[in-house]
Write a protein that binds this ligand. Structure first.
Ligand code: TXA
Ligand code: MG
Length: 287
């Protein structure tokens, strides 16, 4: 069943139910080597599936519930082996959305949930986005309206030093302030630890040009800090831009049509802007 989180909609299955987890991979067309995030009700439940060190405890206390995923050593908690794709680590987070929390409380168990989109496509931030691409392949979607953050969670590896595996809805600056130290970014050249780090991802059908101040006639232009039919924010507010990013990409893609082209204005590369630019670069990458 799909459900809203504060970041994007997830497609959930009981994390201990192997057949249910298999259905997630089938519905998304997701490669079996790409592990899922385990969603839990609270830090106590997270400690049942993963080993927490002092840094993990500190970050959980500071940022959960919220848009932070921690990759930690896996405990033997009876999770379907498909959830972790055979890795010795597990990605875990406590979502903040009231419907996600109500669902976790109602089932009384952890839920494995990737974003509720076909593999490689733009993540859904409304129930309608979920149904557009997964209708007929899933049992249901809980409609909680538009997701307030609009970008997937920030993923931090602790092995044991903190490594930013995916920029996301929690700005890296907030993590660095809590840790009192700069966080290493995953070396782009290093082995892929999670296919969310694959270069081409979040792909619309149209071609995408970035950092465009003067759009070419015929291009659908996505503006930043300016009005327009497709704008991430009129005011330059990065929270608003993040919340609108995926819906705007979908709308621009539909307007551009098959073989069409989209251009996007420059987005400041700080705070949530870094995660926005990460998603835009992946959407623009050659496929
Ligand atoms: O905000 C979010 O994180 C949303 C909502 C639904 O919670 N979920 C989400 O899931 O974005 P998904 O599957 O689209 O992205 C999860 C990413 C993938 O890139 C996966 O490779 C990575 O997390 N991942 C999962 N387990 C991992 C692990 N043990 N080590 C490294 N990366 C991992
Ligand atoms: Mg995803």
């Amino acid at each position: 069943m799909a459900f809203p989180t504060e970041t994007v909609y997830g497609l959930g299955a009981l994390a201990r139910d192997d057949a249910a987890v298999a259905r997630i991979f089938a519905a998304k067309g997701r490669p079996a080597h790409n592990p899922l995030i385990v969603h839990v009700a609270d830090t106590a439940a997270a400690r049942e599936v993963a080993h927490f060190d002092a840094i993990a405890e500190r970050l959980a206390a500071a940022f959960w519930p919220g848009p932070l995923t921690l990759v930690l050593p896996l405990r033997d908690a009876g999770l379907s082996p498909r959830v972790t794709a055979g890795l010795p680590t597990v990605a875990v987070r406590v979502p903040a959305h009231p419907l996600a929390r109500a669902l976790l409380a109602a089932v009384g168990a952890s839920l494995a949930a990737p974003s509720a989109n076909p593999s490689g496509r733009v993540s859904p931030t409304t129930a309608a986005h979920v149904l557009d691409e997964l209708s007929g392949r899933i049992d249901a979607v809980l409609d909680g309206g538009a997701c307030p953050v609009g970008l997937e969670s920030t993923i931090l590896g602790l092995s044991p030093a903190p490594v930013l595996l995916r920029p996301g809805g929690l700005p890296a600056e907030a993590l660095e302030a809590a840790l009192g130290a700069p966080i290493a970014r995953r070396d782009e050249a290093a082995a892929i630890t999670g296919p969310g780090q694959m270069v081409s991802h979040y792909a619309p059908a149209a071609r995408l040009r970035l950092d465009v101040r003067d759009p070419t006639p015929g291009e659908v232009h996505i503006a930043f800090a300016a009005p327009g039919p497709f704008t991430l924010t009129e005011t330059g507010d990065l929270h608003e831009a993040a919340a609108r990013l995926f819906a705007t990409l979908r709308a621009a893609d539909a307007a551009a049509g098959p073989g069409g082209a989209i251009s996007v204005a420059p987005v400041p590369d700080r705070g949530l802007g870094r995660a926005i630019n990460d998603r835009l670069r992946r959407a623009a990458a050659p496929r």
